[in-house]
Design a protein around this ligand. Structure first.
Ligand code: 5GP
Ligand code: ZN
Length: 114
């Protein structure tokens, strides 16, 4: 756990969040500033900055998280489809340095991804 990391503190229960799912690998919460009708964050529990820093073992865990997500789409309001985004670095406008995947859906999204 990184005490300076807002997502580590959410995972530890120190900061409240709308937690929709949790297991030993990850949490799924509602983004505090939603960009679409459904805007969730899949956050692995282990702290690392992004996919560039990710180890082989962490990539296996992330794959398991994504597989699990595939079983949760109905309950998360994503049955009609969704978009996954992971921002990296300054150009990607990453604002929290703990790997997370945005899950955006609940409506027809814009074609513009930039
Ligand atoms: P990034 O900009 O790093 O790709 O995404 C960080 C996301 O975390 C943003 O969409 C932002 O709204 C969300 N966020 C930041 N702080 C909090 C918080 O305290 N709680 C929740 N639920 N989301 C947060
Ligand atoms: Zn963290």
């Amino acid at each position: 756990m990184n005490n300076n990391c807002i997502f580590c503190r959410i995972i530890a229960g120190e900061i409240p969040a709308a937690k929709l799912y949790e297991d030993e690998d990850m949490i799924i919460i509602r983004d505090i500033n939603p960009m679409a009708k459904v805007h969730l964050l899949l956050i692995p529990k282990e702290h690392y900055a992004d996919i560039i820093e990710m180890t082989e073992a962490q990539s296996v865990t992330l794959a398991r998280c994504l597989k699990k997500l595939s079983t949760l789409t109905d309950t998360l309001g994503l049955a009609e489809g969704f978009r996954l985004v992971s921002n990296k670095g300054q150009n990607g406008r990453q604002s929290v340095g703990h790997l997370h995947i945005h899950i955006i859906g609940g409506e027809k999204l814009s074609e513009n991804m930039a």
